[in-house]
Write a protein that binds this ligand. Structure first.
Ligand SMILES: Cc1ncc(COP(=O)(O)O)c(C=O)c1O
Length: 449
């Protein structure tokens, strides 16, 4: 079998896969943050274009990908499905390990799959610029890349500690025409309130979201854009799993284990959701979402309605949550430091379809280092969580002498994360125990619904 399974551009999916109508029990609707009533499309129109709001609520099983979006996606798609045979040989496992390499996109991760679609739909709706937040910088750079191609402006509120830790992510956003500000800023009420509470705060994703939503809601020419969590983002990422399924089929294989790391849930949704109908049809597939042990939203957080930001300005979503005020420890997988989880992923867990797991950062860096030394590519710290579990599954196969097909999403490269690897090699990284009491405190501020 060849190392890489490739598809031609003509074999790219032309429709997105929507999990919503496949769920055995329907998804709980989003609620208005003020009234707690079911939200209407008009309630969301201050920050999103109507074409994306329709997609957010759409229950059609398939949605056509516009020609203009496909054209941009072919700049790097279809992405390769690669056999990690050198890693298999090192582990001495009979399992077949494959990774879907989303790091080949211009921004270096899966994030442009939805950034391009969101920029396109906003452009069609006549919007002039997009405002967003970014944690580690992957999403901000993906949106800057996409808005530039569609002639839109882009403003990014970047969590302050990452802004100073990862200066080259900031440079990348500026290269593609984005404006970047360290959050909290003095530009918004949400930012000023956070600075008044703590002038030296490192910032948080919840606060950066509040700043971006506030600016978009008060600007006539701008909309807000979110890089994960929402249904339409999971939808746009489904190209990953659709391609991977086709690639496996082309060599006569079917996945037994599908793995993705989960921050807001979108790259996991992208690789995993297209395999779910097969599982619901009775095939024994393990579908695993992996999160940091220091931010265990799916494995320790309750499944209930909560806000997406600290200012309580977003709709209430039914999801696994640690509480919108919960501030996770400063692990290097900044993209996995989010208190909530996509409602579709959360529903999949509640309905017994998705298996959540968590891992500590040191064991993930160990897995990432082994991957780089066998397969050559440098994983993002977020991606290392999926690699850890893929290795653990493969080692289990070694014990049971099973040659399972294990597929994981290689969500991004770590070329801008080398200081984290240095810290790991210098013995300066630590694991963090999850502060259960802090979560309980944060959950006390979540409305009872
Ligand atoms: C490389 C990489 N992988 C995974 C994630 C997690 O995001 P999500 O769960 O939305 O895919 C991020 C988020 O920034 C990321 O940068």
């Amino acid at each position: 079998m060849s190392k890489k399974i490739l598809l031609s551009e003509s074999e790219m999916p032309t429709r997105w896969f929507n999990l919503m109508p496949h769920l055995p029990k329907p998804l709980d609707p989003p609620l208005h943050p003020g009234t707690h009533q079911v939200i209407t499309p008009n309630d969301m129109a201050a920050i999103f274009p109507m074409n994306l709001i329709e997609q957010e609520m759409c229950a059609d099983p398939w949605i056509d990908i516009p020609e203009e979006v496909l054209k941009v996606l072919t700049m790097w798609r279809p992405t390769p499905l690669v056999r990690a045979d050198r890693l298999e040989a090192y582990l001495g496992t009979p399992a077949k390990i494959f990774y879907k390499n989303e790091s080949v996109s211009p921004a270096g991760s899966h994030k442009p799959n939805t950034a391009v679609a969101q920029a396109y739909y906003n452009k069609v709706a006549g919007v002039k610029r997009l405002v967003t937040e970014t944690g580690a910088g992957q999403w901000g750079s993906a949106l800057s890349f996409a808005t530039n191609l569609f002639g839109l402006g882009c403003r990014v509120f970047m969590v302050k500690c990452s802004f100073y830790q990862k200066p080259y992510r900031k440079s990348l956003m500026r290269l593609w025409g984005g404006e970047v500000f360290p959050s909290p800023t003095e530009m918004t009420n949400a930012g000023r309130a956070m600075l008044a509470r703590d002038p030296d705060t490192p910032g948080s994703l919840g606060c950066a979201i509040a700043e971006a939503v506030e600016e978009a809601a008060h600007s006539s020419d701008a909309n807000y854009s979110l890089g994960s969590v929402l249904n339409h983002v999971c939808l746009h990422q489904s190209v990953i799993g659709l391609e991977a399924k086709k690639q496996l089929e082309s060599v006569g294989l079917k996945a037994d284990v599908v793995i993705g790391c989960a921050g807001g849930g979108s790259n996991f949704a992208g690789i995993a959701f297209p395999f779910i109908p097969e599982k619901l049809g009775g095939r024994d597939i393990k579908i695993i979402g992996v999160e940091p042990a220091a931010c265990p939203t799916m494995t320790k957080g309750p499944f209930r309605y909560d806000f997406g930001d600290t200012a309580k300005s977003t709709p209430l979503l039914k999801m696994h949550t640690l509480g919108h005020d919960f501030v996770p420890a400063g692990i290097h997988a900044g993209g996995l430091r989010y208190h909530g989880m996509a409602p579709l992923v959360s529903a999949g867990i509640a309905q017994g379809i998705i298996q959540p797991e968590n891992r500590h950062q040191l064991e993930c860096f160990e897995a990432a280092t082994l991957f780089a030394r066998t397969e050559g590519i440098v994983p993002a710290p977020e991606t290392s969580h999926a690699i850890r579990v893929a290795i653990d599954e493969a080692l289990q196969c070694k014990k049971t002498k099973q040659s399972k097909v294990i597929v994981f999403n290689f969500s991004g490269h770590g070329h801008f994360d080398m200081s984290a690897y240095d810290a790991y090699f210098d013995g300066k990284l630590q694991d963090y125990e999850f502060p259960m009491e802090e979560m309980k405190k944060a959950l006390a501020a979540v409305p009872e619904i």
